[in-house]
Design a protein around this ligand. Structure first.
Ligand SMILES: Cc1ncc(COP(=O)(O)O)c(C=O)c1O
Length: 394
């Protein structure tokens, strides 16, 4: 099928909810993808953070092929060896105490489970989230997401959700009442512009939640699996939540959501109170086992930390060079560059020159490359940005 036909058919046959870019991607390897015409791109979108191990990592491919020949689906009402293997690997890397998991298929589902769990465990209805937060677009997750453009068309949303200003402990403390079940937040706000909180914020939130007897749920859908230079974002501040939401890269590119909680919290769920047909399918779990092994064996967490510093320093050099660059933010290979205006045209121009970059709101460029990205590929990204921003500033 031609490029033209593919674009036309997708536009005609698929719900028109994605801000499409005019390119047909057909192949990927490591931090590179190629379009239907064979043009190469450095992939700093990383499938919105999913392709953390690089595209089609050989170990993931091998595990998926082997498992596909053995057993693809197995409902969680039956036991399965691959599911058990993955659960063991999972709890061997999660922060201490987070050792009971519910497996699902996406980030939003991992949040839905956490919200239901918080209500069930505490017997209270209210959830407090942050202004600027993004937790997904299903009804519960959407109720915690902040952006009006996502929320407004679907009101009324789930009741008893409140939003408070970010990084403001006093406002958060004031908002907590005897109806509050949980505080839900991202350690670093991704969609909200790659915003890293002040160093004392998360530890003080943890203390506050303990004092008030409310659960702390951390949405690590974007910040986990080494992305920020630590296995989990919360490790930067030595904080362990009661419930953690995981997804994106955990199955090496296959769909997965994970809600992992302290045992006494997860035990609040009784049989039948939560489930999903695809929960912990052998195929996805085989991919996830391989993904965890690759992350550990290839020491990708350390790589994210060191390459992140390299990448960030280069972005900061562009900030020093161009007035339209307002700020560079982020940790590890979760980086943002805030411009003084809309980034849309920059994203299209860098794509033309062979670099895919994400946005995070109207005026932030966001970089979520695979952790296997090479220095030369970072250099190419920087030189393309240099060229494009230079042209814009003329
Ligand atoms: C922090 C966070 N939570 C939840 C989600 C929703 O994940 P999904 O799109 O897999 O439903 C996202 C997606 O970008 C996210 O960044």
């Amino acid at each position: 099928m031609s490029e033209f036909d593919i674009i036309n058919f997708e536009n005609r046959l698929m719900a028109n909810v994605f801000a499409k870019r005019p390119v047909v991607i057909t192949r990927g390897k490591g931090a590179l993808v190629w379009d239907i015409n064979g043009k190469e791109y450095v992939d700093c979108m990383g499938s919105y953070g999913v392709a953390l191990l690089g595209h089609s990592h050989p170990k993931v491919v091998e595990a998926v092929c082997k498992q596909a020949e053995t057993l693809i689906s197995c409902h969680a009402s039956l036991y399965n060896n691959k599911r058990t293997e993955f659960l063991q690997k999972l709890v061997s890397i999660t922060p201490k105490g987070l050792n009971k998991a519910f497996l699902s298929n996406s980030g939003a589902e991992s949040v839905e489970c956490a919200l239901k769990l918080a209500r069930k465990y505490t017997g209270k209805p209210e959830i407090i989230a942050l202004m600027g937060a993004f937790h997904g677009k299903t009804m519960g997750a959407l109720s915690a997401t902040w952006d009006k453009k996502y929320r407004k068309p679907f009101q009324p949303l789930v009741p008893e959700f409140k939003h408070v200003p970010p990084d403001n402990l006093e406002k958060l403390a004031e908002a907590i009442t005897d109806k509050t079940a949980a505080v839900l937040l991202e350690p670093i706000r991704g969609e909200g512009g790659v915003r890293v909180p002040p160093d004392d914020f998360l530890p003080r939130v943890r203390k506050l939640c303990d004092e008030k007897g409310v659960l702390l749920i951390l949405d690590e859908v974007q910040t986990s699996f080494g992305r920020t230079g630590k296995l989990f974002g919360c490790e930067h501040w030595g904080v362990t939540p009661d419930v953690m939401c995981l997804a994106k890269p955990f199955a090496g590119g296959l769909p997965i959501g994970i809600t992992v909680a302290k045992e006494h919290v997860m035990s609040a769920f009784k049989v039948g109170e939560h489930s999903s047909t695809f929960s912990g399918s052998p195929l996805v779990c085989a991919a996830a086992c391989a993904a965890v092994d690759v992350l550990v064996k290839e020491k990708l967490v350390g790589r994210a930390a060191s390459l992140g510093e390299y990448f960030k320093a280069k972005l900061e050099a562009l900030q020093a060079k161009y007035k339209i660059v307002k700020e560079v933010r982020g940790l590890g290979l979760m980086l943002g560059m805030e411009l003084r205006y809309d980034v849309h045209s920059i994203i299209l121009k860098t794509m033309d020159k062979g670099v895919l970059i994400l946005d995070a709101g109207r005026n932030v460029l966001r970089f979520l490359p695979p952790l296997v990205i090479e220095k030369e590929q970072i250099d190419k990204t920087i030189s393309v940005l240099d060229e494009v921003i230079g042209e814009e500033e003329k």
